[in-house]
Ligand binder design. Structure first.
Ligand SMILES: Cc1cc2nc3c(=O)[nH]c(=O)nc-3n(C[C@H](O)[C@H](O)[C@H](O)COP(=O)(O)OP(=O)(O)OC[C@H]3O[C@@H](n4cnc5c(N)ncnc54)[C@H](O)[C@@H]3O)c2cc1C
Length: 477
């Protein structure tokens, strides 16, 4: 291994990001006449489609993660480096880590996306679900909410603890809402003495007029019905305008409405990771509205054909001009294609253009409900759930822990248990000290302030709305 990696004559491929795109590119280059360096700021790969299970205590982080080193240990031409790429010099052909510079012949960027709060400062109030750390933070907040409610004598405050608001009803929001509903209305029902967890309210807010908008309308409708059956309140066509303290304000038609909730989760939007901006500055690469890098048909940059961008970070349009979605199969296929493109280039062999094979969309809603849209096959209900399970287990086959995950799933399926309901950092959250009167007074005061602020804003907006209406009435007469 050392010899091959030390061979200075070999073409050096540097891959940044060990998610689906980067990992599949590295795997495809295993037997190519190149040396490969895969850099990731974490030392593990995450199976993101199951993050919601970690966030709701169904699986542990290690069940859905695998060390990059062990995943790539058989690839003798590959080294793995843990580090964050901070800069790129396309003319010197180097990437800059915090304390080290690495030279490349070909560079594959696959750093994915991060949350998008559309310019609002809501991240601390409403965490998103993208990383293991996010999932653990959500898990902490969810289980602290139940613990706090159990100790809370005041009915209104208890209700606030038992209200969970999710903003955004794409697949992640739908999956998380379904799992939370099952948790509250099923798994936890027997575990508490002072609260009835089935009274918990799970409210899913969605700005478009239906949930899962990438699915055909009838599957969206079925998914909504399944969620409602689980006890989730779904509100579509509503736009969140503010998150402050424990209050979510949203606009529904002409009205501003409020929900008081101690747990607010964000599953609404994504934007490209910061590497995209760095790349744009250094190479004049064009970015789309979400900050993704617009790439050429072979995923490279027009000005720097040895720099490739793949996966969620890339804006790639197929032959029909359709933008490929930010899902795992797209990232995997792009990773494999770029690896083949580089290998064939070195060997002077031709390669046909990239063609995405669409396996369709899947979203799970609770224990045995899902929706599947594979174009030729559209399913909902139990059969769809079975297809979802099969595909996820199939992809987890790459992981050492597949057997554990399968056994755990089977166990929790039959027993309805969720074994990873751990609060691992209680000291971090001052609000867990509920018996502290001082804390409660501060909470009440801040809640009052929030309510007053929001109420006055509602009044202003409504009065403005009134004058707008008057103006439009005048102009239409
Ligand atoms: C909650 C959730 C549920 C999902 N469910 C599904 C689903 O059911 N089906 C589906 O197909 N898709 C799903 N997706 C989308 C899917 O996970 C992504 O499309 C896929 O992960 C994209 O792969 P990627 O390689 O582009 O990026 P990622 O998998 O996000 O990997 C990016 C990697 O880059 C690393 N990185 C970032 N910046 C740097 C840096 N500066 N230096 C070094 N390393 C860096 C990160 O640590 C990470 O490992 C889901 C996503 C989420 C968040």
């Amino acid at each position: 291994m050392v010899n091959q990696l030390n061979n200075k004559d070999l073409h050096h491929v540097v891959i940044v990001g060990g998610g689906f795109g980067g990992l599949y590119a590295a795997q495809k280059l295993a037997n190519a006449p190149v040396k490969v360096t895969l850099i990731d700021k974490r030392n593990f790969h995450v199976f993101q489609p199951l993050l919601y299970q970690v966030a709701t205590g169904g699986l542990s982080p290690a069940d859905i993660s695998s060390p990059l080193r062990s995943l790539l240990s058989k690839n003798k031409n590959t080294e793995v480096l843990m580090g964050e790429v901070m800069d790129i010099d396309p003319d010197q052909q180097t990437v800059q880590l915090r304390y080290r510079e690495i030279k490349y012949d070909s560079l594959i960027l696959a750093t994915g996306v991060t949350h998008q709060y559309f310019g609002n400062d809501w991240e601390g109030k409403a965490p998103g679900l993208k990383t293991i750390e996010n999932a653990l933070e959500i898990r902490r907040r969810v289980f602290i909410a139940f613990e706090a409610a159990e100790k809370e004598p005041n009915p209104q405050r208890r209700k606030d603890w038992l209200t969970f608001v999710l903003v955004g009803a794409g697949p992640a929001g739908v999956e998380l809402a379904g799992a939370l509903a099952e948790l509250a209305h099923g798994t936890l029902k027997e575990d508490f003495r002072n609260i009835d967890t089935s009274q918990a309210e799970i409210i899913l807010l969605q700005s478009p007029d239906r949930i899962l908008p990438v699915y055909p309308p009838h599957l969206s409708a079925k998914a909504q019905k399944s969620l409602e059956k689980l006890g989730v309140t779904v509100k579509t066509g509503v736009r969140v305008t503010d998150i402050r303290g424990q209050i979510v304000t949203y606009r529904e038609g002409n009205q501003l409405e409020q929900i008081q909730a101690r747990t607010i989760l964000w599953t609404a939007g994504m934007k490209a990771s910061p590497i995209a901006n760095i790349l744009a500055e250094r190479t004049d690469a064009q970015l789309d509205k979400a900050g993704r890098v617009i790439v050429e048909p072979h995923f490279n940059l027009a000005k720097y054909p040895n720099i490739f961008v793949i996966g969620d970070l890339a804006h790639y349009e197929d032959q029909e001009g359709n933008l490929l979605p930010g899902i795992a199969p797209v990232a995997m296929q792009e990773g494999e294609y770029v690896a083949r493109y580089i290998r064939n280039g070195i060997q002077h062999r031709p390669l046909s253009p990239f063609k995405y094979v669409d396996w369709g969309n899947l979203a799970v809603i609770g224990k045995h409900q899902a929706v599947v849209d594979m174009g030729w096959l559209k399913l909902s209900g139990f059969m769809a759930w079975f297809v979802w399970l099969f595909i996820h287990v199939f992809y987890l086959l790459e992981f050492d822990n597949k057997l554990i995950v399968m056994i755990q799933w089977a166990w929790s399926y039959f027993t309805e248990s969720k074994g990873a309901r751990l609060i691992t950092t209680p000291g971090k959250d001052p609000e867990i000290r509920l018996e502290d009167d001082h804390e409660t007074v501060i909470y009440q005061a801040s809640l009052q302030q929030d309510l007053q602020k929001v109420a006055s804003e509602v009044a202003i907006v409504n009065s403005q709305k009134g004058s707008e209406d008057n103006v439009s009435n005048l102009s239409s007469t």
